[in-house]
Design a protein around this ligand. Sequence first.
Ligand SMILES: CCCCCCCCCCC/C=C/C(=O)SCCNC(=O)CCNC(=O)[C@H](O)C(C)(C)COP(=O)(O)OP(=O)(O)OC[C@H]1O[C@@H](n2cnc3c(N)ncnc32)[C@H](O)[C@@H]1OP(=O)(O)O
Ligand SMILES: NC(=O)C1=CN([C@@H]2O[C@H](COP(=O)(O)OP(=O)(O)OC[C@H]3O[C@@H](n4cnc5c(N)ncnc54)[C@H](OP(=O)(O)O)[C@@H]3O)[C@@H](O)[C@H]2O)C=CC1
Length: 275
Amino acid sequence: MQHIFRAGLFDGEVAIVTGGGTGIGFAVARELGTLGAKIAICGRRPEPLAEAADRLRADGIDVHHAACDIRKTEEVEAFVDGVVARFGRASILINNAGGQFPTPAEHLAPKGFEAVVRNNLLGTWSMTHAVARRAFIPSKRGRIVNVIANVARGFPGMAHTGAARAGVENLTKTLAVEWAVHGIRVNAVAPGVIKTSGTAQYPPELLEMSRASTPLKRLGSAEETSHLIVYLASTQADFVTGQTFYIDGGASLWGSPWQIPDDEVPQYPPYPLPE
Ligand SMILES: CCCCCCCCCCC/C=C/C(=O)SCCNC(=O)CCNC(=O)[C@H](O)C(C)(C)COP(=O)(O)OP(=O)(O)OC[C@H]1O[C@@H](n2cnc3c(N)ncnc32)[C@H](O)[C@@H]1OP(=O)(O)O
Ligand SMILES: NC(=O)C1=CN([C@@H]2O[C@H](COP(=O)(O)OP(=O)(O)OC[C@H]3O[C@@H](n4cnc5c(N)ncnc54)[C@H](OP(=O)(O)O)[C@@H]3O)[C@@H](O)[C@H]2O)C=CC1
């Protein structure tokens, strides 16, 4: 594996990567681990997690893994206690676990909206709170990177996750200010469309629509997303906090994958204006 960071950059660090069994989370766990960090990964499904842990160990990484649903506070607390018991501390938290399903807002049931907000906003908060109280605040040191999504503009078809991720973006800013006194830095990374096991579940035509509306005309990779996250988690970024960084091939700046035929767009005002 090739690195853009110096060997041993994360020696002595313990990094928790939620959703570290697959996709972007796995790439981050692997990169931090090969740079010297001890790694803890969690996810809801034990099988992909155990498989990922084996792959990390094969790379010589010291890894702790346990099933944990970030929406369940008691599971989150038990997971973090397990990490501290195993490694004695934690110094990095990558809040990467999350997801949703694409759907037009009018078809989105309250239960579905709630499920996605619980996953992406409440789950992220639950993990952040547990790690900060158990490890970062007592040691006066910690770095958090929240993986969100494009919140710079509307996110048609993704009302639930857009709302949840915008909440996490503000949490990032607030905690960066409030917890600076505890030596904790907090930043966010907003990926565009990245090729992962997650997006492999999306309809190919949606992915193609996204690719075509990305100025760089391609999807991103988990590894290039990982480099940005790893930089923010490193001591090289010690003066960076409260920021959101886009890695999206320019997608948030231009174009739209959301195409509605003109004749389906209601005309406002829906009556003739007086001359
Ligand atoms: C028209 C769209 C255009 C958009 C263009 C976008 C282009 C691509 C951009 C891609 C960007 C982002 C990519 C990624 O994030 S990749 C990661 C993907 N991985 C995942 O999303 C996996 C994680 N997701 C989940 O686990 C679930 O989605 C969920 C968060 C909902 C958690 O599920 P949970 O188990 O808690 O919930 P339930 O299954 O019990 O469901 C609860 C209710 O939620 C509604 N629901 C759930 N799934 C769907 C679905 N597929 N379609 C519609 N509604 C759904 C439903 O109301 C459920 O209640 P009921 O079961 O009682 O009906
Ligand atoms: N790929 C992309 O284009 C984009 C991705 N993102 C976000 O980046 C992050 C990583 O996604 P990506 O790698 O692409 O997709 P993946 O689906 O591969 O990764 C999501 C990971 O999160 C875990 N996860 C989801 N919900 C929970 C939960 N409640 N508790 C614990 N673990 C959970 C999953 O494991 P399990 O299912 O076993 O729980 C899985 O390992 C996600 O938050 C995603 O929404 C944002 C924008 C674009």
